[in-house]
Design a protein around this ligand. Sequence first.
Ligand SMILES: NC(=O)c1ccc[n+]([C@@H]2O[C@H](COP(=O)([O-])OP(=O)(O)OC[C@H]3O[C@@H](n4cnc5c(N)ncnc54)[C@H](O)[C@@H]3O)[C@@H](O)[C@H]2O)c1
Length: 340
Amino acid sequence: MSAIRTAILGYGRSGSTMHAGAIEKNKAFQLTAVCDADAHARQKAAARFGCQPYADHRAMLKEEALDLAVIVTRSDQHCPMACDCLAAGVNVLVTKPWALNAEEAERMIRAAESTAKLLLPWLPARWGSDLRRLKQLVVEERVIGDVFLARRTVVSFGTRNDWQTSRRQGGGYLLNWGPHIVDPPLQLLGSPVKSVYGRLKQTINPGDVEDLFLGILTLANGAIVQAEFTIATEDPPQWFIQGTRGTIVVQGTHLKVNAKTPAQPANPTQSYTIKTDHGQIREEELTGAPQGDEHAVYGDVAAALSGQARFPVTPQSALELTRVLDAIRTSSMENRVVML
Ligand SMILES: NC(=O)c1ccc[n+]([C@@H]2O[C@H](COP(=O)([O-])OP(=O)(O)OC[C@H]3O[C@@H](n4cnc5c(N)ncnc54)[C@H](O)[C@@H]3O)[C@@H](O)[C@H]2O)c1
């Protein structure tokens, strides 16, 4: 099979590292073109790959016979560029957040359907090592019974001063971090979101958009997900999962399962709380990439493009996530619970 003729749109921090690195290492791909508005970025890509550099993606689409366009530009540029590529008959992989809102996501889906090209949403956390292990423990082994509350938290005390602090350019940490934080617990619990309470806040970043978000989601099966990116100098656990038979905590790479079976009163008239003091504690160190391994994702991109397998992330499931992120924003702006 001939190599997948690939172009990167946006050879910036992510495009030149995570994506270029995975493409460089995978023989199924050949980076034939790069498009970046910045001359220095174009020059670096051309020197590294011997690829054709372009300043404008429409000019590139006219000149190049591409199989795949990888869109890693600013978040406000994803949807228009993806639609242009699809209209030119090119399959697209769109980094997260693939869209600013559900309306953009639906526009890309329509563009893919009308050209019968593949639209591949980049949600690498679905390949994450912690999610994979948690699925084994929670879903397959059911070590903590029925999960009623899953908290997922990512913390930083860093500030940034780039387009990620500009609303007009698609910045803000709900879009930037939401796909890594909100999506994994929903994948873990596998039940649709029914109601959403959200809070966005700008705390220490410059600009005009939030650097902190909190979402409280109630799922169809009754479980609650609390997902947040927050600003703090101390680390809470990244995962705190509560079930009817115990709790799982992930702190750094350390995973602890504390499994217990609640005691039942021997005497039904007994009314005080009975704690179970015997249980089973299991501890382990997680290995692998918690936010997902880009090489594994690119392996699945190649399989999808060659028709060997369906890509694990469907546009419909990425649209559902976008609707949840939209609802977190709407809830915060309108100070109400949003029903989905
Ligand atoms: N783990 C992840 O999945 C991950 C990590 C980081 C960033 N991202 C996403 O990748 C995207 C890019 O983020 P970044 O941090 O690399 O940003 P960046 O600013 O470093 O890179 C964006 C690049 O796009 C170029 N560009 C701007 N306008 C252009 C145009 N009209 N045509 C072509 N190129 C243009 C810029 O010159 C720059 O090189 C964002 O959407 C971000 O959310 C994903």
